[in-house]
Design a protein. Structure first.
Length: 311
């Protein structure tokens, strides 16, 4: 009997290890797709208004959200509980998408991504007030280290455009708020409902700037189809992310997030010919070290699996 039990236990361990390995592989694939879409968006905003690029993105994500909602079995978004929190969460991500896409017009991809990756640090800084969670001295040290890294990137006298830098800072703060609200809604509202609510809000809010830009027109249908296809890549990355979180805990996956920052540096250097300078690279390293430390120390457990932002 003991031998049989040992065999069963070994089989379960192997299944668990295989599931974890698949989850990590899915997560890394999602990061590659997110980085690829960011590069695609950076290329597209050269010739298209940011609102038009977002229209393509969230049209595709909206279709994916509708499919998830149909599988969930309840299309009545307006009858879901916690409407105020849902609305605040969705609008926060819509502001992220609007600011991020607009900033890409002038910001190098690597530096923009690095500033965006301060969001987990900002979330930890906000946690004592918004989530009533205790943040220890070591976590505060990591937050300060990350912000020193950001200052290395956006240092006074540097070459980054002020408007783009401010837009990315707003994007990071709003994504931190989005993470906090995702945490508060965890277990209260089904994930497909949160996803669909977000997709609808982003589709509407990201296109509001067009009301003040009458010269913006939709591109010919082949170009619009390309933008929608790019959005489908972003939406596919979201699905891979959700699949990864079903197999592996957030504490395991969170440190791997910074692979995307490395990919952004490589793409910015090799594709856009905009390599970060020495101080910016040092700042990125500080942000990555601070973020990985917070993830390993348990700070990442505050972040519930949900819709990843534009970066």
């Amino acid at each position: 009997m003991s031998t049989a039990r040992a065999a069963v236990s070994l089989a379960r361990d192997e299944r668990g290890e295989n599931s974890a390995a698949r989850g990590i592989a899915l997560f890394l694939c999602a990061l590659v797709l997110f980085a690829a879409y960011d590069a695609f968006a950076k290329q597209m905003v050269v010739t298209h208004a940011p609102a038009v690029v977002n229209l393509g993105r969230y049209s595709a994500i909206g279709v994916i959200a509708l499919v998830l909602l149909l599988r969930h079995g309840d299309l009545r978004l307006w009858r879901q509980p916690h409407q105020k929190l849902l609305a605040a969460r969705s609008v926060a991500l819509a502001v992220v998408a609007t600011c991020f896409m607009t900033a890409l017009v002038t910001m190098p991809l690597a530096e923009a991504t690095a500033i965006y990756f301060t969001a987990p640090l900002i979330m930890v800084a906000l946690s004592p007030w918004l989530l009533k969670e205790r943040v220890g001295r070591a976590q505060w040290t990591a937050v300060l280290l990350g912000f020193v890294g950001m200052l290395c990137i956006v240092r006074p006298g540097g070459s980054l455009p002020l408007a783009g830098t401010l837009l990315m800072a707003v994007s990071a703060v709003c994504y931190a708020l989005f993470q906090v609200l995702t945490r508060r809604l965890s277990g209260l509202v089904p994930a497909p409902v949160q996803f669909a609510h977000m997709a609808l809000a982003c589709l509407v809010v990201t296109n509001l700037p067009v009301l003040f830009m009458p010269h913006v027109t939709l591109p010919p249908w082949p170009e619009m189809a390309l933008l929608v296809a790019g959005g489908a890549v972003s939406g596919s990355a979201q699905l891979l992310l959700l699949a990864a979180f079903r197999r592996v805990g957030a504490a395991t996956l969170a440190p791997l997030n910074y692979v995307q920052l490395l990919l952004a540096v490589l793409i910015s250097t090799l594709w856009f010919q905009r390599p970060p300078d020495g101080p910016a690279l040092a700042g990125m390293a500080l942000i990555a070290v601070a973020g990985v430390y917070l993830a390993r120390s348990g700070g990442s457990r505050r972040e519930a699996p949900g819709m990843k932002g534009p970066a």
